[in-house]
Write a protein that binds this ligand. Structure first.
Ligand code: B12
Ligand code: SF4
Ligand code: SF4
Length: 383
């Protein structure tokens, strides 16, 4: 542990804030390294209730490890918590394109912020004149990010479960566990008050109660993390979301607090990522998928998952000129893509779709794809 006397704690905090500001980290708070008992309790209850869906890495062991900074870093005395703002004004969105959640419009936040937080600790250590033992996390470990942000005064819990900061909720969270003895900030006392706007705005009803998300129904989970077929009844509700979903934040009045000028430059939108043409996505081979999304969070959806999402978006956009791409996708090597292409063709309807569905049904050997083809043929013959 680094021994710092009380008056020098004030100076140390000033140095921390100054170094962070130089690196563009303007929303910063500090909390103690005491266990995050409430967050762990909430997370355990979501896990036990089945609301964390089938995220294989979200386990009880992970929650217990993330609960106690002292388990991760035995020398832990404080946790530094940051929120980095990403852009929120959607660039012009051409028709026929699929939407991408704002957090993925620019460079991957994991890499950008992890590097930045490491730089912060190097600078601070130079200022203090000795090494600082620390561990940096940016959504790449067991930390309960939102609980840390709440307890360190970085923001408050919104009913959509987002952390609402002074700059709203379009932010990434990160932490540094450290042996520095810093005086903690007071947790935010703010709340949503009587507002409940985000709850009816969620198209799938995933916000089942204030502060509780059922991930099984969340478009963000379904389009990014979920690896199998998307339940048929939820597909129309996904609308044109190709990757992630922002609806419960778009309606949040706390997000009206600022213009877009203050976002972190590292996250400036890249037009290749901020909206996606689903026909182009369907045509990507695995290598071009990797190359196109190198350094961007969209890679997380996987090549197969993103093409599944493209089929759903095409089914929902209802544009007949997508039929040839979907007909080709009926021959894809992936059963997941074939099944969702069948569903989309059923939604689009018409003779060309009907003929393609019938001939695919004759040749198909996979039982799940056959089920999708048959369901699509039924939809398609409806008047
Ligand atoms: C699993 C996960 C998901 C899952 C589940 C989300 C969820 N709400 O639980 C899915 C895939 C659905 C998801 C989606 C998204 N995610 Co996510 N996700 C995570 C992850 C890895 C863990 C979250 C978790 O532990 N959830 C379990 C629940 C219990 O915990 P919680 O959401 O943190 O909830 C806290 C509060 O609700 C509070 N609480 C619980 N009960 C109560 C009761 C009361 C009265 C009160 C006041 C509070 C309260 O305690 C909880 C624990 O701290 C974190 C990173 C991390 N390591 O923490 C990112 C993280 C939460 N995600 C993030 C983002 C950006 C998103 C999306 C916006 C992406 C998108 N646009 O598509 C969406 C938003 C959907 C939503 N409304 O939450 C950011 C959020 C930043 C912020 N400002 O809040 C995080 C923090 C990543 C990061 N480091 O930046 N995500
Ligand atoms: S991200 Fe979308 S689907 Fe998920 S809770 Fe928010 S509005 Fe609902
Ligand atoms: S929309 Fe209203 S209830 Fe939902 S998070 Fe924002 S302020 Fe809270």
């Amino acid at each position: 542990m680094l021994n710092i006397t009380v008056p020098s704690q004030v100076a140390l905090r000033a140095q921390l804030d100054a170094c962070a500001k130089e690196l563009g980290l303007t929303i910063l708070g500090v909390t103690s390294a005491e266990p995050f008992a409430e967050g762990a309790e909430a997370a355990t209850s979501r896990l036990n209730d089945g609301f964390m869906a089938d995220l294989p890495w979200y386990t009880q062991e992970r929650i217990q490890r993330g609960k106690d900074p002292g388990v991760i870093l035995p020398e832990a005395r404080s946790v530094i918590s940051i929120a980095a703002v990403y852009p929120s004004t959607r660039p012009a969105h051409a028709s026929g394109k699929g939407r991408v959640a704002r957090y993925a419009w620019g460079r991957d936040y994991h890499n950008v912020l992890k590097k930045r937080l490491k730089q912060l600790m190097t600078k601070l250590s130079e200022n203090v004149g000795q090494p600082i033992t620390h561990k940096v996390y940016v959504d790449d470990g067991p930390m309960l990010d939102r609980e840390v942000a709440k307890r360190s005064g970085v923001g408050f819990f919104g009913k959509n479960t987002m952390i609402l900061t002074q700059a709203g909720s379009w932010t990434f969270l990160g932490q540094v566990i450290t042996d520095l003895e810093l005086s903690p900030d007071a947790p935010s006392q703010k709340s949503c008050g009587t507002c409940t706007k985000c709850m009816p705005a969620c198209p799938t009803g995933a916000i089942i109660a204030p502060y509780v998300i059922d991930s099984n129904r969340c478009i963000s989970y379904l389009t990014i993390e979920h690896r199998g077929p998307i339940p048929r009844e939820l597909r129309p509700l996904i609308a044109d979301w190709m990757f992630g979903c922002d609806l419960c934040q778009e309606v949040c009045p706390v997000n009206d607090v600022r213009g877009d000028a203050t976002h972190d430059d590292a996250f400036t939108p890249n037009p290749d990522w901020s909206s996606l043409d689903p026909v182009d996505v369907l045509a990507l081979d695995e290598e071009s998928f990797r190359a196109k999304f190198q350094g961007n969070p969209i890679r997380r959806a996987t090549w197969e998952g993103l093409r599944r999402n493209a089929c759903i978006v095409l089914g929902n956009l209802g544009e007949q000129n997508a039929i040839p791409a979907l007909v080709a996708a009926l021959q894809d090597a992936s059963t997941l893509v074939r099944g969702h292409a069948a569903w989309a063709l059923g939604r689009l309807g018409g003779t060309e779709a009907q003929t393609a569905l019938e001939s695919a049904n004759e040749a198909e050997t996979d039982p799940w794809v056959r089920e999708e083809l048959e369901a699509a043929l039924e939809t398609n013959t409806e008047p």
